[in-house]
Design a protein around this ligand. Structure first.
Ligand SMILES: [Zn+2]
Length: 391
């Protein structure tokens, strides 16, 4: 079932019929009254659209990336390749095959495209900046993010003649300052200011120097599934607990962020791999420091807890700036309080804002950190389930 947000249904009805938002809300309310407890507001909006003969999806109409919804099938869309990732081969108990993915964008947003098997090989013919036309894709939700998947029956046309795509200019996302206790599982860009209360040892692991994928030691040596026998490079990760008084959270620092946090380069950090005891005094030094980090929340399924994957570290936040921010937050809270007390709350408006927020989030290009995490994301995908749905 296609999950079209209420807000979008209303917008669509308004566009097609010229009815005002109030008029549409009236009709939805009336429908809810007719069928008390049987349908949601969204369901009622669907019925209203139907009665007004408003098609929520027009076949043949150009689909903008921001309007792509989970559950859509037979999706035709055009976009510009913003980023492409390497073709991967995989083997699970039931299946073996190839998968590749890329990010495409238009003037309304960015979305990930996942290519399977024969289609995946097309990634090698593509370069960033190419225009692609996708026909017959389907949209699925991968941990709150929409993705277009191509099945064997879908088509990918590279640089169709006469088609041009404008891309929405990149706007660096602004991180939202939060208390640790308020961090939600789907926060993609949240900033916290907190004290380091626990520091673990750095974990080192071997990766392929060519594709950065994790490699493991076999009898023959280190083997990369794509590049064969290789001399491994090292990547590392550091876990730290941060506490801001509201709660504490496990934060994950990957290579680049470890280097930022410790103000060290790779050669200096590699010393700790061979002699972990040399890291002990540094742990002690870190404890009690107040730092500012920006990252995205990640639900650790194994431990059923929310962690923060860091993509930016500020080791010495400017106290003046922090005080200013605090004051602003307080003022904002006070004004909101006042508004809440003097004007009736318009919930439809509130819902609208919320949806808009989510859409903006979805439209933001991924940060660098997300790009490096893409590997992990792929591993989270249930390949077997995915393949079953294709076949
Ligand atoms: Zn490799």
């Amino acid at each position: 079932m296609i999950n079209m947000p209420l807000d979008q249904i209303k917008e669509r009805i308004s566009q097609k019929t010229g009815l005002s938002e109030d008029e549409i809300n009236q009709k939805i309310k009336a429908k809810l009254k007719q069928l008390p407890g049987l349908i949601s507001e969204q369901g009622a909006a669907h019925i209203v659209a139907n009665e007004l003969k408003v098609k929520l999806f027009d076949i043949g109409e150009k689909l903008q990336i921001k309007n792509i919804l989970s559950g859509m099938r037979n999706v035709d869309v055009v976009g510009k390749v913003l980023q492409k990732y390497e073709l991967r081969e995989f083997k699970t108990e039931k299946h073996a095959g190839k998968v590749a993915n890329m990010l495409i964008g238009d003037d309304t947003g960015v979305i990930r495209v996942v290519l399977w098997h024969k289609q995946a090989e097309l990634i090698n013919q593509l370069k960033e900046g190419d225009i692609v036309k996708i026909r017959g894709g389907y949209v699925r939700d991968n941990q709150g993010r929409k993705e277009i998947h191509l099945s064997e029956l879908s088509k990918l046309i590279i640089n169709p003649p006469g088609v041009n795509v404008e891309v929405k200019p990149y706007e660096p996302p602004v991180a939202v300052r939060k208390s640790i206790a308020d961090i939600k599982e789907d926060d993609v860009n949240v900033e916290i200011l907190a004290t380091i209360v626990q520091v673990f040892d750095i974990n080192f692991f071997e990766v392929c120097p060519q594709c950065n994928k994790r490699v493991r030691l076999r009898d023959e040596g280190f083997l990369c599934p794509t590049h064969g026998k290789i001399e491994p490079e090292y990547n590392y990760v550091l876990n730290i607990y941060l506490d801001d008084g509201s709660d504490n959270i496990r934060t994950v620092f990957w290579r680049q962020q470890v280097e930022q946090l410790l103000s060290m380069d790779k050669s200096q950090i590699m010393v700790f791999k061979d002699d972990p005891s040399k890291f002990e005094p540094i742990k002690t030094e870190l404890l009690g420091n107040i730092i500012k980090v920006i990252g995205r929340a990640n639900k650790n399924q194994t431990f059923d807890r929310i962690e923060l994957v860091v993509n930016q570290v500020d080791k010495s936040p400017d106290p003046d700036e922090e005080i200013k921010k605090l004051k602003e937050e307080v003022e904002k809270a006070v004004t909101q309080d006042k508004e809440a007390n003097t004007t009736p709350i318009d919930t439809s408006q509130e819902a609208k804002h919320e949806t808009q927020d989510n859409q903006d989030k979805a439209a933001q290009p991924p940060t660098q950190q997300e790009a490096t995490l893409e590997e992990e994301d792929l591993e989270n995908l249930d390949l077997d389930e995915e393949l079953e749905s294709i076949e």
